[in-house]
Design a protein around this ligand. Structure first.
Ligand SMILES: *Cc1c(COP(=O)(O)O)cnc(C)c1O
Length: 410
């Protein structure tokens, strides 16, 4: 068999396997309606006519992606500076909007400097790979539930030794720190809000351990920036520990509603990453209007806590509504509300029926995003989800979940 035939056979077999397991990924075609978020137009498979639906699974946690001031900033910069950066940061791609955004992000986290990337994914991959390769014999201590972008970054630092500590388990982290050689460089890598469970890391206690064992700290605040802390600096700001975390990584694509990622930290470290990270050097800079939109969003959310407060209230209301209806919500300390399903095919079927029969979109979360047997629907209320939308969601869930459901995994 020639290579192409073998590869095609492999692809078809794998896809058939995914379908059998209920894990085949189908992307729903959804169109945000600016001014009506979280209402979207959904285009059913093969159909040209859309139907209006309510989305409960957006990472645009505050609806900033359609905020009038964010759109105005994008439009103005688009007209003034064009659609694309036209080069890498080094090759005529750095506009004053990029540097202003970096200064704003450094200030948001109380750090000396910040550096933009094309996405949060690339920021993690590029920064971790560069930092862990900078000194020989680095040991990195990685929370077991860290995001794929961090894992890929750590793995690409081929000289680093990786230790995986049990999720949010300080005793296990300490045991692993204690067991490592004392005189090697160490980095503890973790997230603040974990996006699939909605739980939150004990950042202060992690910093205590880092100090005791001479380690640096790297925190992915992707699901917390804009949402927590007095000015939206994340859990590190809320907990008063931003100054103790050496590198804070974030995204402009979730609560800030636009696109892009960044790291913030000591000026020399950030400059080192800027000067060595392939994921920055060899790729085109963010379009200026994207930087302008993100800058407007960060400035708005630094100045105004109201959207954060409204999100917290809406998340509590959603949790209370699910509890009152006897639905199996997983415990969550954040705005993320996972609903336990526990089976891939059922998870997909529940999501399919919610959409087709109730005009409600909620993403089924399956392996490999979560472990097999831990399938769930991941729900996020935003400040723009109304009580009426919540009542519709609860009624729809009760209609589509099997009647025995509440008893299954208790
Ligand atoms: C989404 C996500 C990222 C990647 O951010 P993007 O800007 O979407 O690339 C990084 N870390 C975590 C924990 C995430 O959930």
């Amino acid at each position: 068999m020639d290579t192409r035939t073998a590869l095609l056979a492999h692809a078809r077999d794998s896809l058939a396997g995914l379908r059998r397991e209920g894990r085949y990924r189908e992307f729903a075609r959804l169109e945000k309606i600016a001014g009506q978020f979280p209402r979207y137009r959904w285009y059913p498979p093969g159909a040209e006519e859309p139907r209006e639906v309510t989305v409960w699974s957006s990472n645009d946690y505050l609806g900033m992606g359609t905020h009038p001031a964010v759109l105005a900033a994008a439009e103005e910069a688009l007209r003034a500076h064009g659609a694309g950066a036209g080069g890498t940061r080094n090759i005529s791609g750095t506009s004053p909007l990029h540097t202003a955004l970096e200064a704003e992000l450094a200030a948001l986290h109380g750090k000396e400097a910040a550096l933009l990337f094309g996405s949060g994914y690339v920021a993690n991959q590029a920064a971790l790979s560069v930092l862990l390769s900078a000194l020989p014999g680095f040991h990195v201590f990685s929370d077991a539930k860290n995001h794929n972008s961090m894992i890929v970054g750590m793995r690409s630092a081929t000289t680093a030794v990786r230790h995986i500590w049990r999720h949010n388990d300080l005793a296990d982290l300490e045991a692993k720190l204690r067991a490592a050689p004392t005189d090697v460089p160490k980095l503890i890598a973790f997230e603040s809000v974990y996006s699939m469970d909605g739980d939150i890391a004990p950042i202060g206690a992690i910093c205590d351990l880092a100090e005791r064992y001479g380690a640096m700290t790297y925190c992915d605040e992707v699901h917390a920036v804009g949402l927590y802390g007095a000015t939206g600096g994340g859990i590190t700001e809320r907990d008063g520990v931003a100054h103790r975390v050496d590198v804070i990584e974030g995204t402009l694509a979730k609560a800030f509603g636009v696109l892009g990622g960044y790291v913030a930290g000591d000026a020399a470290l950030v400059d080192y990453i800027r000067s060595t990270a392939a994921g920055l050097i060899f790729t085109t800079a963010l379009p200026p209007h994207v930087a302008a939109a993100a800058l407007a969003s960060v400035r708005l959310l630094r100045a105004d806590p109201a959207p954060r407060e409204r999100l917290a209230e809406r998340a509590s209301a959603l949790k209370a509504a699910l509890d009152a209806a006897g639905l199996q919500r997983m415990p969550s300390a954040s705005h993320i509300v996972p609903l336990w399903i526990g089976e891939a095919a059922l998870c997909r079927e529940v999501a399919r029926r919610l959409l087709a029969e109730h005009a409600i979109y909620a993403t089924p979360i399956n392996y490999p995003t979560v472990a097999r047997g831990e399938e769930r629907l991941r729900l996020c209320a935003t400040p723009l989800h109304t009580d009426e939308m919540m009542a519709e969601l609860v009624a729809a869930l009760r209609a589509v979940l099997p009647r025995t459901f509440g008893m299954r995994a208790a």
